[in-house]
Design a protein around this ligand. Structure first.
Ligand code: B16
Ligand code: MG
Length: 217
């Protein structure tokens, strides 16, 4: 009756979307078009390469491959300037309490994120050592909504997919969890994440006894 948990990073454990926004906006400024917070919503949970494509579409800009590579590097350098200033105070409300609860129950957890910067971000907020493993943008071939990231997570947990519970804030992530045959928990807007098996506005809303029903199955 063992279960395990897989956490998305951006939008679940920390809000790095605001730093992605600043870095992408800098690039859009340089290219001469407006990039808004509403545009940024389209990039949540999406890989870095795909994010650039979406951004260039918004600006109606065509670039040669070499230039794209250059911008991917400069955007990430810019983003890292914000990330390296992060600290534990940026952990989202309810996240540490939830991890404490899982520790108490003996339920293991891994990370399942699209971000290639995941280890650095977890280190900045002092959470790196708590995770049983990290599956991130460096370890997958196919981005969410492909289930690959979560299926590798299940392997790290040594559990069958149906014994895994995924916390996600992005539509593509919920789809990936559902396709992996896992329990999906949508964190954020219930209407947006209506494909999830369970919905909460944020991690503070998860009841302490939430995992009981999965343990007794
Ligand atoms: P990086 P998640 C995702 O993190 C972000 O939501 C998305 O906006 C970003 O483009 C992606 O990581 C890649 O991040 O540029 O750091 O590799 O939500 O999957 O934890
Ligand atoms: Mg996310």
């Amino acid at each position: 009756n063992k279960i395990g948990v897989i956490f998305d990073l951006d939008g679940v454990i920390v809000d790095t979307a605001k730093y992605h926004f600043l870095a992408w906006k800098n690039l859009a400024d340089e290219l001469g078009f407006e990039f808004t917070e509403a545009h940024n919503e389209l990039l949540k949970g999406v890989s870095r390469v795909r994010s650039l494509e979406i951004l260039l579409d918004i600006g109606n800009i065509n670039l040669p491959e070499s230039k794209k590579q250059e911008y991917l590097v400069s955007k990430n350098e810019d983003y890292l300037n914000y990330i390296t200033k992060m600290g534990p105070e940026e952990i989202l409300p309810g996240a540490e309490k939830l991890l404490d609860n899982l520790d108490k129950l003996g339920i293991k957890y891994v990370l399942g994120s699209a971000s290639k910067n995941s280890p650095l971000i977890l280190k900045q907020v002092n959470l790196l050592d708590r995770f049983e493993g990290i599956v991130d943008g460096n370890s997958v071939n196919k981005a969410k909504p492909d289930p690959e990231v979560f299926l590798i997570g299940a392997k790290k947990l040594n559990l069958k997919p149906e014994k895994c519970i995924v916390f996600e804030d992005a539509i593509a992530g919920i789809e990936a969890a559902n396709r992996a045959n896992m329990t999906s928990i949508g964190i954020g807007n219930k209407e947006t994440l209506n494909a999830a098996n369970y919905n909460f506005n944020n991690l503070t809303e998860i009841p302490e006894n939430f995992f009981e029903k999965f343990l007794s199955k």
